[in-house]
Design a protein around this ligand. Structure first.
Ligand code: IPE
Ligand code: IPE
Ligand code: MG
Length: 237
C-alpha cells in the first residue's frame, strides 16, 4: 500500500461531502457539520504530507454552492477565513504550500485577503501542495480557459493549429499541477458535481459512504490501498 512509493498517488483530489447529513444525524445545525468537516481537513493534510503525497486538492465550495441559503454561505465563508488564519502557522511549520483554484474574486473581500495572506506565508513550503477549490466549477474553469486561450490567439502568442489537449491545459486554473491520480468522494454520492471535469479524465475514483467529518487517516489508508490495487490502463492493454 502506501509504503510502496511507486503506488502512492502524486495528486489526490477530494470531494469533501456529507457535512450536513453528519450534523442532521446528531440533531445539530448544518453549520456544526461544516465545523467538524474543517477539523477533518487537518488530519488528512498532515497524513498526506507525512506520506509524501505531492498535491492534495480539496473541493471546499463549488460554483453551485452559492445557491445555498445566505446564512449557510455566510457561515461557510466565516469558517474559511477562521480556518485559514488558524491553520497557517502549522502549514508553514510543516512545509505545506497553500494554493487555491476557482473564481476567487467571488469570495467576500475578507476571505480573499486572508487567502492571499496564507498563500504568501506558505509560498516557501517544499512539502505537500494543498490546493483549495473555492467558488470552483469545472465548466466555469473550461470557459475561463477558452477565454484565456482566445486572448493569447488574438495577441498572436498561440497559433490555433498548434492547439492540443496539453496546450489547452496550460490555460486552466490547474496549469501548474499534474492531473489527480486518485479522487475520493465521501458520503456515497456517485457524481462529480462539476469538480475538475477536464483533469479527472483518467483518475481512479474511490467513493466511501463515510461522511467527511468522520473521514480519518485509516479511511485515507484504505483509499490508498484500493488505489494501489488498481491497474491503470489509459485505454491500452
Ligand atoms: C459538503 O457537505 C460541504 C460543502 C458542500 C460546502 P454538504 O454541505 O454538501 O453536506 P450534505 O451533502 O448536505 O450532507
Ligand atoms: C460538492 O458537494 C461540492 C463540495 C463538496 C464543495 P455538493 O453537496 O455541493 O454536491 P451535490 O449538490 O450533492 O451534487
Ligand atoms: Mg453535499
Amino acid at each position: 500500500m502506501a509504503s510502496d512509493a511507486s503506488k502512492l498517488p502524486c495528486h489526490i483530489a477530494v470531494i469533501m461531502d456529507g457535512n450536513g447529513r453528519w450534523a442532521r444525524e446528531r440533531g445539530l445545525p448544518r453549520t456544526e457539520g461544516h465545523r467538524a468537516g474543517a477539523e477533518s481537513i487537518r488530519g488528512i493534510v498532515e497524513e498526506c504530507n507525512r506520506l509524501g503525497v505531492r498535491y492534495l486538492t480539496l473541493y471546499a465550495f463549488s460554483a453551485e454552492n452559492w445557491r445555498r441559503p445566505q446564512n449557510e454561505i455566510h457561515a461557510l465563508m466565516a469558517l474559511l477565513e477562521f480556518f485559514l488564519k488558524q491553520e497557517t502557522p502549522d502549514l508553514v511549520r510543516n512545509g505545506v504550500r497553500l494554493q487555491a483554484i476557482g473564481r476567487l474574486h467571488d469570495l467576500p473581500e475578507a476571505c480573499q485577503r486572508q487567502l492571499h495572506a496564507s498563500i504568501e506565508a506558505t509560498a516557501g513550503g517544499s512539502g505537500l501542495t494543498l490546493i483549495l477549490a473555492l467558488s470552483y466549477g469545472g465548466r466555469e474553469e473550461i470557459v475561463d480557459g477558452v477565454k484565456s486561450l482566445f486572448r493569447h490567439i488574438q495577441e498572436g502568442h498561440v497559433d490555433i493549429a498548434m492547439l492540443d489537449p496539453e496546450l489547452f491545459s496550460k490555460h486552466l486554473y490547474t496549469r501548474y499541477y499534474p492531473d489527480p491520480d486518485l479522487m475520493i468522494r465521501t458520503s456515497g454520492e456517485m457524481r462529480l458535481s462539476n469538480f475538475l471535469l477536464w483533469q479527472l479524465s483518467y483518475t481512479e475514483m474511490v467513493i466511501t459512504r463515510k461522511f467527511w467529518p468522520d473521514f480519518r487517516k485509516d479511511d485515507l489508508h484504505a483509499a490508498l490501498e484500493e488505489f494501489a490495487s488498481r491497474k491503470r490502463r489509459y485505454g491500452g492493454l
